[in-house]
Design a binder for this molecule. Sequence first.
Ligand code: RB5
Length: 142
Amino acid sequence: MKIAVGADHGGFQAKQAVIEHLQSKGVDVVDFGTDSEESCDYPDIAQPVAQAVSRGECERGILICGTGIGMSIAANKVQGIRAALCGDTFSARMAREHNDANILCLGARVTGLGLMLDIIDAYLQGSFLGGRHKTRIEKIEA
Ligand code: RB5
């Protein structure tokens, strides 16, 4: 699986740990930056990550900012993107099973790194259940 990963300065350190975690599991990671803790604007990272997922260049995306809120708002502006901000593993699993979320957003100033990695694992392990959930997603697209 190829995953697009991006963060602003608030999520930079967490992003580095997340990339290491994903690579240790054999996941192919595309790093969209940012590359330091210097202040930057989260939409500048969210947009290319969301576009890579929307175009099918990456199967899924992970976006990290201070709260995860700005990244989720920005990513959900891109056609075909269903970005879910998750702070617990149950929500992360549901984001896949019920919402077919193709981007996971995380808040590095809210969620500790250990929980963040568990949330990512839950998100990646979850599979979309389809059926009535597909109907609902089609309504969002429409
Ligand atoms: C940056 O200070 C902060 O606003 C950003 O990381 C994020 O939390 C926005 O939603």
